[in-house]
Design a protein around this ligand. Sequence first.
Ligand SMILES: Cc1ncc(C[n+]2csc(CCOP(=O)(O)OP(=O)(O)O)c2C)c(N)n1
Ligand code: SF4
Length: 288
Amino acid sequence: MKHNASPLEKYHTQSTPNWCPGCGNFGIWVSLKNAIANLQIPHHNVVIVGDIGCSGKLAYWTEVNGFATLHGRSIPVAEGVKMANRDLTVIVVAGDGGTLSEGLQHFIHAARRNVNITVLMHNNQLYGLTKGQASSTSEKGYKSSTTPEGSYETPLNPSVLALVAQATFVAAGFAGNAKHLTQMIEKAITHEGFAYVDAYQPCVTYNYINTYAFYSERTYELEEEYDATNRVEAIQRAMEIDGGQKFPIGVLYQEQGQKTLEDNVLHSDKPLAKRDVSDISVAKLFGR
Ligand SMILES: Cc1ncc(C[n+]2csc(CCOP(=O)(O)OP(=O)(O)O)c2C)c(N)n1
Ligand code: SF4
């Protein structure tokens, strides 16, 4: 590392990000590094599970443990990592395509299982890596190679989906407001249970609708007196984005004290990976 390295450079691998200049992924990356640094989690205790896409490449460039998975399969891999070693901080980085199309079922079931992982969704409202095709969160009218006349499908609302699937933590942030997004990621990581962060991420190359200016004009921070323990109110707030005009950012919902998947299945705080297996035999499974 250079002697004048910035505090976040310790999280850089030897490769340099090849995101397009100005891409919102940079703001999300800074926020994630800040959050890990602020929480003082040792590098070796963090696992970033990257989906396929511009978003998932974040895992290549961050100097913690990384796992590159298939498109839409980052959540089940993250669940497996957490179940094997519950001491690890497990963070999924994935796009709206991987999370809400290819991997939609995993998103819903991980939420209701309350597995203690963070899903950080880079929501650029399109398929970035494959050149801007419409995704589940694209605005109606969004034109791309697969929607030349403009998308006619109603976009999914990811936070509402997470809330209906019984997620115990749901927050939203904006890549152009790294200070706030850092706080959201910190709260998600420290939450005991499934945590979802919807990060609004401008794709400067393909998305001319959901730009930095679009979000700067439309995002607002939830008021101090907002009650984040009321799921119905959270759903109502999350639904504000449906008109494409108002985007609340902050912790929409948090429910503490629910058992996690690890609590329910492992019955021990000791990670599976660290248990003594010397007296366990699999011979019976093979009929011996
Ligand atoms: C199962 C599967 N379907 C399709 C692809 C092709 N593919 C690779 S990246 C990508 C788009 C990724 O979009 P998204 O998940 O939104 O992430 P982004 O690139 O926008 O960050 C697609 C369709 C694939 N690799 N695997
Ligand atoms: S295509 Fe879009 S999402 Fe992908 S790196 Fe470029 S600006 Fe970012």
